[in-house]
Each structure stands twice: as structure tokens, then as C-alpha cells.
Design a protein around this ligand. Structure first.
Ligand SMILES: NC(=O)C1=CN([C@@H]2O[C@H](COP(=O)(O)OP(=O)(O)OC[C@H]3O[C@@H](n4cnc5c(N)ncnc54)[C@H](OP(=O)(O)O)[C@@H]3O)[C@@H](O)[C@H]2O)C=CC1
Ligand SMILES: O=C(O)C1=N[C@H](C(=O)O)C[C@H](O)C1
Length: 247
């Protein structure tokens, strides 16, 4: 199995290459806007897709619509970890998943994927009229999107538990009185914080907080490669990290 990496020069992309090698897997090549001439490096997504069975994509939201078309045309699997997608990009991912196997995960860390389950249960059990749900995330100063993809996924899980759509209850600008059922988001940026997320359910009488903290960005690379191995050869469909973790 040949695993490629889009966003190969990035913080996470570089670690994915290391993880592929550490597992004794075959690195199928890397996608960069400035390929350095190394073997397998290209600035053409179609070239990368043609030489890989699965591509781990940890690049930038602006690339997603382009990659969706190219990877679907080529038939390679797509492990998509890029965050900050707008509605059009999300729709392109869904369209691609009708033709190829796509594993989309805002966070490849196993612990976060457990937290998503708990978030759903909290949402289903602690109603919006009684408990306010707030999500706090902190990341390094270079991060370009906010709220983080993980924070949005946690919010979507709470909303799902409550039987509502996140878009209808999402509160990112905390001015004015809070409405019952709103799900609030706050983002902090600074230093080299790898990734921290807290989900807070607070009422007039008690508060519960679920927190996740990444100490080493390698946990994402390990999850991405695990996802790639799981995805290779699967039939077309939209999968999540949970599918790979349960296998
Ligand atoms: N799912 C998960 O578990 C995780 C997901 N992420 C997500 O992965 C993505 C990459 O994160 P990270 O590695 O920290 O980011 P970096 O900025 O370090 O790397 C992204 C790479 O993408 C490439 N790129 C391609 N197109 C663009 C563009 N239009 N603008 C900027 N860069 C572009 C750049 O490479 P070049 O210049 O060579 O083209 C860059 O090196 C983000 O969306 C982040 O949120 C991050 C951590 C964990
Ligand atoms: O950009 C990052 O660094 C991270 N991005 C992902 C996100 O937006 O949730 C995952 C992780 O928190 C690190």
C-alpha cells in the first residue's frame, strides 16, 4: 500500500511521513506548492493521486474542493484531516465520497473521538434549558481557522444528542443574553499549544467539564496513518475516525 501526504511540508504532514516510515509502510509521495525535487514530491494533486492508494490530506481548506475532484477521478482513498472547510467544501467531500472511500476526521487522536461519544451523551441527557454547553479550545499561534474543527465536531455531537442542528444553536460571538440551548464557542491562540479542548456543561447547581489535551502532535500522525491503513481498499463512502478505531 502506498500512502501519500498532501500538506507534506507542514507541521503535521512531516510527522505523517515519519510515521509511515516508522510503521514500515511505503511513502507514495508528497504534495507541496513548492516541491523540493525530492523523489515522489509534486505540486500536482493528480500526479500524487496516481502514485498512491491513499492520500492523507493535512493541507489547507482552500485545497479541498480541488482535491475532492482529483482524488475522486483518480480513485485513490482520501484521509482528510484538514479543518476550516466552508459549506461548499463540505459538500465536495460528500460528493467525492459517493465515488471513493473518504475518512474525514477533524481530529485523529483516539481520546478526542471518545470525547465525541461522551459529548453526544451529555447532550442527550442534560437539556439545553437547564444546562448551558460551552466549548473552549486553545491552539498554537499559527493556526488559521477558528473555532477549531474539533471544537465544531464536539458542538455537532452535543447538538446531535439534543436532536438539533449545530447551525441553529451555534454561538461564537458571546454578546447579549444567552438563549436556552445555545452551544457556545471560545478560541484562544498562543505559543505552541498543540491542541486543547474543553466541553463545559453548566447549570445553576452543578458543572461538568470534559477536557482533552495533546502533549505530542505525533498522536495525530499515528491516527492518520492508522486511518489510511484502514481505508485502503474500502468501498466508496464517508467514514469517520471512529470506524477505523473500532476495527
Ligand atoms: N485531523 C487532525 O487530527 C489534525 C488536523 N490538522 C489540520 O491539518 C491542517 C494542517 O495543519 P498544520 O500541519 O498545522 O499546518 P501547516 O500550515 O504547518 O501545514 C499545511 C501545509 O499545507 C500546504 N498548503 C497547501 N495549500 C495551502 C494554502 N492555500 N495555504 C497554506 N498552506 C497550504 C503548505 O505546504 P506548501 O507550502 O509546501 O504547499 C503547508 O505546509 C490544518 O487544517 C489543521 O487544522 C492539524 C492537526 C491535527
Ligand atoms: O491546527 C491544528 O493544529 C489542529 N487542528 C485540528 C482542529 O482544528 O481541530 C485538530 C487539532 O486540534 C490540531
Amino acid at each position: 500500500m502506498r500512502i501519500g501526504v498532501a500538506g507534506v511540508t507542514g507541521r503535521l504532514g512531516r510527522l505523517c511521513v515519519e510515521e509511515i516510515a516508522a510503521r514500515g509502510l511505503v511513502f507514495g509521495g508528497g504534495l507541496s506548492r513548492r516541491p523540493d525535487g525530492a523523489r515522489g514530491m509534486t505540486d500536482d494533486a493528480a500526479v500524487l493521486a496516481a502514485q498512491c492508494d491513499v492520500v492523507i490530506d493535512v493541507s489547507h481548506a482552500d485545497t479541498v474542493i480541488h482535491h475532492a475532484g482529483i482524488f475522486a477521478d483518480t480513485g485513490c482513498g482520501w484521509v482528510l484531516g484538514t479543518t476550516g472547510l466552508d459549506d461548499d467544501a463540505e459538500m465536495a467531500v460528500v460528493a467525492a465520497s459517493r465515488r471513493i472511500a473518504v475518512l474525514q476526521a477533524a481530529n485523529f487522536a483516539p481520546g478526542v473521538n471518545m470525547l465525541l461519544d461522551l459529548a453526544r451523551r451529555l447532550g442527550a441527557t442534560l437539556p439545553g434549558g437547564d444546562y448551558d454547553a460551552e466549548i473552549l479550545e486553545m491552539h498554537h499561534r499559527q493556526k488559521v481557522d477558528a473555532p477549531s474543527g474539533t471544537a465544531l465536531a464536539i458542538g455537532a455531537a452535543v447538538a446531535e444528542g439534543r436532536g438539533v442542528l449545530l447551525a441553529d444553536v451555534k454561538r461564537t460571538n458571546p454578546t447579549g443574553i444567552r438563549a436556552d440551548g445555545d452551544i457556545g464557542f471560545a478560541s484562544l491562540r498562543g505559543g505552541q499549544v498543540v491542541g486543547e479542548h474543553s466541553l463545559i456543561f453548566t447549570s445553576g447547581t452543578e458543572q461538568i467539564t470534559l477536557s482533552h489535551r495533546v502533549f505530542d502532535r505525533r498522536v495525530f500522525a499515528q491516527g492518520a496513518v492508522r486511518g489510511a491503513r484502514w481505508l485502503a481498499g474500502r468501498e466508496a463512502g464517508l467514514y469517520g475516525m471512529r470506524d477505523a478505531l473500532e476495527a
